[in-house]
Design a protein around this ligand. Structure first.
Ligand code: KG4
Ligand code: ZN
Length: 338
């Protein structure tokens, strides 16, 4: 079965073709121009998706050595995400399914991330713990099967990636801030600066707004104005901030590892690209004798391969959708859509 996946929830347009379990193409076009504005501008994002989506589908077909008539199933991200951006990929995919008379599967973006470990040669084994860390979400989940996901905890305020982006802004770094913070942190030779990790009532929940405020206070107290923040101090702040975020993520994952008998831990989402976080999760897995499945960088950020894979599992479970399904900008209260 040849599955076409389409992702357009935020600032990446991506098209992938999966043939059975073999990924034939996974093209990702990133909208770099948002960095001028310090964050994603929704209207510009929708327009850029609109411009690139058809050329990208054509390129993916050429790369996969297939024609449109060879596609058996079409999947697209239904949400959560920016509504205008979602509408472009979603409506295009439905139109294509209609014209080719092929089945269409709407895919939850977070579910795409959750199962992205299955794109790797070494795959997660049920049940596994997943830490989803992206620009919009921070979730700790117990994944029992393709149809049973239990949410253990989530952020009560900012998502981890959002905190990286906001702290980067305080340090006058460009959007997206995560990679820039990682770069500065790697130049620090270690520091006594410590930013506190919030202690919450719910054992698996996260909070990053306190850390963010502590960084802001520290910057205000230790520099006459932001421009005078010297590079060593910036490196140390980035290092201390990154440590605080990773500390909170690892601490809750460790609690869950003690409580639930799982085979592996999976770290997914854009922030999973962070080298120190990847290393920390691998060490945690080793400590408890669990395998850690961390997708390669191409599958951490937003990509259509994960959407095609998740769509295929939903289709293989026998679920069918008519073309009246609509996109949704937010994650529902219960989270997932099966
Ligand atoms: O999953 P993703 O590509 O998009 C969303 O669905 O949100 O995640 C994007 C987020 C951004 O906040 C970005 O700053 C963060 O992932 N990110 C990182 C790194 N690379 C990307 N955060 C920390 N370290 C990184 N190396
Ligand atoms: Zn994402």
């Amino acid at each position: 079965m040849n599955v076409l996946g389409i992702e357009s929830s935020c600032d990446e347009t991506s098209v992938a073709i999966l043939s059975g379990h073999e990924l034939l193409s996974n093209l990702i076009s990133s909208q770099d121009f948002h960095k001028e504005y310090g964050g994603v501008v929704p209207e510009l994002s929708s327009r850029a998706h609109l411009q690139i989506i058809i050329p990208l589908v054509k390129q993916a077909l050429i790369k996969s050595n297939l024609e449109l008539k060879d596609i058996d199933l079409i999947c697209a991200t239904a949400g959560p995400g920016l509504i205008g951006a979602l509408l472009v990929g979603f409506t295009f995919a439905k139109g294509l399914a209609f014209s080719l008379d092929k089945p269409f599967v709407p895919v939850n973006h977070i579910e795409g991330h959750i199962f992205s470990g299955f794109l790797m040669n070494e795959k997660p084994e049920f049940p596994f713990l997943t830490l989803v860390v992206s620009g919009g979400h921070t979730l700790l989940l117990l994944v029992k099967s393709f149809t049973e996901i239990i949410q253990l905890g989530s952020t009560i305020d900012d998502a981890a990636g959002e905190a990286f982006d906001k702290v980067a802004k305080m340090l006058q770094l460009q959007y997206p801030g995560g990679p820039k913070i990682q770069e500065l942190a790697s130049k620090s030779k270690g520091t006594d600066i410590k930013f506190p990790i919030a202690d919450l009532k719910q054992p698996y929940d996260f909070s990053f707004s306190g850390v963010k405020t502590s960084v802001l206070r520290y910057i205000q107290k230790n520099s006459v104005d932001d421009k005078q923040l010297n590079s060593k101090l910036k490196n140390d702040i980035a290092f201390a901030f990154q440590n605080a975020v990773i500390g909170a993520l690892v601490q809750n994952t460790e609690k869950a590892l003690k409580e639930f008998n799982v085979h592996s831990i999976s770290l997914v989402g854009g922030v999973a690209a962070n080298k120190s976080l990847r290393d920390s999760i691998v060490s945690l897995g080793n400590k408890y004798g669990k395998r850690s499945i961390i997708p390669k960088l191409e599958y951490c950020g937003d990509n259509a391969a994960m959407i095609a894979f998740r769509g295929m599992t939903i289709f293989n479970e026998g679920k069918r959708f008519d073309l009246s399904s609509k996109p949704y900008p937010h994650l529902s209260k219960d989270g997932f859509n099966f």
